[in-house]
Design a protein around this ligand. Sequence first.
Ligand code: COA
Length: 335
Amino acid sequence: MARKDMRGSRITSIAFHVPDRLVTNYDLERMIDTSDEWIVQRTGIKQRHWVEGDVGASELALPASIEALEKAGLKASDLDMIIFATLSPDITFPGSACILQAKLGCPGIAALDISNQCTGFIYSLSVADQFIRTGSMNRILVVGAEVHSSGLDISNKGRDVTVLFGDGAGAVLIEATEGDSRIIDTRLHADGRYLDILKIVAPASKLNPRVTHEMLDKGLQYPYMEGRAVFKQAIARLPQVINEILDANGYSVSDVDLLVPHQANLRINEMVIGIMGIPRSKMVSNIDRYGNTTAASIPIALCEAVEDGRLKSGDLVLLAAFGAGLTWGAGLVRW
Ligand code: COA
């Protein structure tokens, strides 16, 4: 139950941004050996947004962050920290949080990068919540942003992965509260034994040199995925963590007003709600329009749910994500 009168944190503002270029499944049919039918049947994806030219994750994050700040009537200088979740940082280092901080013009505040793939937003939300609960900080900007398209193998060899991913960014402002509307709890998990089923191998510090022409010719710079193994893990881990967070806080599935899951695959999410007994009408799904935007998918879906009126003040919202690492987690929010 919500811990009333105790210091906690609350999502006070939310915004998202996707690049203008729309890539439909029919566009992909012209690039690789695939079909709209194959992609829709297996994933639910109909289109995704891809950047054009040289655009980094922070450039997608910037408009979302500015809008989130404006909606809250705040300036970047009011922030105590930026947390940036991404698996596609602008450059290897420094992290995209520092890059975004420079673009927002708020020197001096903390800037933290989180690399937890599709669970990156939940990990970031949890970190922000802990910093605020302890009283150490009051206002944190949490961003999930990805540019996948420049790192995809747009050839028949990479078609299983390439059709899945889209570019985009979501930003939320987390502020201290003592009221009922708050992040009730977050639960985080990982199992590194499965790290090989979804990964990018090069460039890498464990390779010397980190990247060679030969590695590039082999396509080691592109994501490698054992799709069926990932699928099986996702439909086991997501129900586990959903049960864990509901049980720990004295709620049952019927108390949940809205489930906002990570958007990796509509079939995964439909199986999860089937296992959990959550009605389809309570699940937000926008994967048909954006594909898998990894750390950005939950804030984008959450923002759309707020904008279209599905998410109302006082609702109990369940967030759940699963991704490479493996990592998985959940968040329970009284909106
Ligand atoms: N278009 C057309 N055919 C494709 C294709 C594409 N884009 N990608 C693969 N295929 C082919 C395969 O080559 C294979 O052909 P074959 O039977 O002649 O060998 C066939 O389709 C089936 O491939 P398979 O990989 O077994 O398909 P699948 O039913 O497991 O579906 C995924 C593939 C990727 C959609 C599915 O495994 C999945 O969604 N996994 C989870 C992925 C995920 O969520 N990743 C992110 C985690 S955060």
